[in-house]
Design a protein around this ligand. Structure first.
Ligand SMILES: [Zn+2]
Ligand SMILES: [Zn+2]
Length: 56
């Protein structure tokens, strides 16, 4: 499986984990990014927001 966030950016990276929040695959870099991400104090969110993507 490839990293979901990387594929959004037109890149390809092997995923190392699945986002516990939304279930997308992520590489090490984006996993770290998601781990540090918080929106308005909400820890249970993630920076890639798949809802936005499916809404296109
Ligand atoms: Zn990635
Ligand atoms: Zn997520």
């Amino acid at each position: 499986m490839n990293c979901y966030v990387c594929s959004l950016n037109g890149a390809t990276s092997a995923s190392v984990a699945i986002c516990t929040h939304c279930g997308v695959a992520m590489c090490q870099k984006h996993l770290q990014e998601a781990g540090e991400y918080s929106a308005g104090g909400m820890k249970y969110s993630c920076p890639h927001n798949p809802a936005k993507v499916t809404a296109k």
